[in-house]
Design a protein around this ligand. Structure first.
Ligand SMILES: [Zn+2]
Length: 396
């Protein structure tokens, strides 16, 4: 068992689940509570369910996610989003953070799952529509606002709707026609107003930031997370050493965009592809500086990003110099902390949610093992997997 925080595997674990929660964790000969059903998973490795810190359930992972949104009414979209969430769950992703929906639909799914009435969904953490500029990146999701009073009002509206996190488009982005990723959308004062209002409401802020300037401004504004963090300028990238040190010192969660469908490698947008070598060098510098790194797939935005793509992230994290244990922590316990769920997700330990996957192999030796999924439990419920991947179940 990889418990979510360690650097080695625990041999022969016995995990006792009561309802949705892990009651206790023992060695091989631990006590079996009377009447408990026993699931034997010989030869498999247990680990916490994976956590995708950045995806979009409302994007359909085609070449035209915006056109898809224009065509889908809310009821249709909500059903498609539920199916996207289930697809992630069937890949062992037991928690997803939706960093941009339309009409707060991801919150509907989050709350419906809590009621336990439907087919299981992963745990959903949701931002609602991202705050952006009029006509700016992802404006079509409905989160445009401007001026400091307008931005503060937008944050308050999100808080009233019950979001878990405020997502801000601090720079332009790649999926919005006319938007330039290397250009900032909000200055430091605007970001500071958003952060101040959000923190006043008890909410963390994570920013979509490609431009080097937007990353500097977001760091100065005291954000809690930075997504993408590509440090783009008009013709390259620029990541000053002092900024990298500040990101690490402030313990900002850096959400790297990782994981590509293996059949779709090499399809990154040209503005990313041309900067890839410099981008990877900066990832290494961030890691070496001790920055808090987590793995967000941005699933949904393109055909290379289906909603179950996160298990393909490890090779991208390894390329930035993370060890296998660091990679597994980035996808479990550290991701849980970044999502505000560090107290109940991302670890196999007493009191934590019973979100557990069983995989074939030792992921510390072979990271591809996380794609050889044999069982998924979400809140203690077994999730049906395709035939052939079911574990043997024995009742004493
Ligand atoms: Zn995104």
């Amino acid at each position: 068992m990889f418990d979510g925080t360690g650097s080695t595997l625990v041999a022969g674990p016995q995990v006792v689940i009561a309802g949705r929660t892990i009651a206790s964790v023992h060695g091989p000969a631990g006590p079996v509570p009377p009447g408990a059903s026993v699931i034997n998973l010989p030869g498999l490795t247990l680990m916490p369910g994976l956590i995708d810190t950045h995806l979009h359930l409302c994007f359909d992972a085609t070449g035209d996610p915006i056109g898809h949104l224009e065509r889908a009414d809310d009821d249709t979209l909500r059903q498609q989003m539920a199916e996207a969430a289930r697809r992630a769950l069937r890949a062992g992703v037991t928690t997803v953070r939706d960093l941009g929906d339309r009409g707060y639909l991801a919150l509907d799914l989050r709350d419906r799952d809590l009621a336990g009435q439907d087919e299981p969904l992963p745990t959903i953490v949701a931002a609602g529509p991202p705050i952006t500029t009029p006509g700016g990146h992802c404006h079509f999701l409905g989160g445009a606002a401007s001026g400091q009073p307008g931005l503060r009002a937008a944050v308050r509206e999100h808080a009233e709707r019950g979001v878990d996190v405020i997502k801000v488009m601090a720079s332009g982005g790649n999926v919005t026609p006319g938007s330039l990723a290397h250009v900032s959308q909000f200055d430091a004062d605007a970001l500071r107003a958003i952060v101040e209002e959000a923190h006043h409401q008890g909410l963390p802020v994570t920013v979509h930031a490609h431009s080097a300037r937007s990353i500097a401004d977001a760091t100065a504004a005291g954000v809690d997370g930075i997504e993408h963090a590509t440090f783009m300028t008009a013709d390259g990238v620029d990541a000053p050493e002092a900024l990298i040190r500040a990101i690490a010192a402030q313990r900002i969660a850096v959400g790297w965009t990782v994981g590509l469908d293996p059949g779709q490698r090499g399809t990154a947008p040209p503005q990313i592809a041309s900067r890839m070598a410099a981008l990877m060098a900066n990832r290494r510098r961030l890691h070496e500086s001790g920055a808090t790194l987590v793995a967000g797939s941005d699933a949904g935005v393109s055909p290379s990003k289906p909603h179950d793509v996160l298990p393909h992230a490890p090779q991208d994290l390894a390329a930035a110099g993370l060890s296998p244990a660091e990679i597994l922590r980035a996808m479990t316990s550290r991701a849980a902390q970044a999502c505000g769920l560090g107290h109940r997700k991302g670890r196999i330990a007493p009191g934590f949610d019973a979100d557990i996957i069983a995989i074939d192999g030792n992921p510390l030796d072979d990271l591809a093992a996380i794609r050889r999924l044999r069982a998924v439990y979400a809140g203690g419920r077994a999730i049906p997997l395709p035939p052939g991947s079911q574990p043997r179940t024995e009742v004493p």
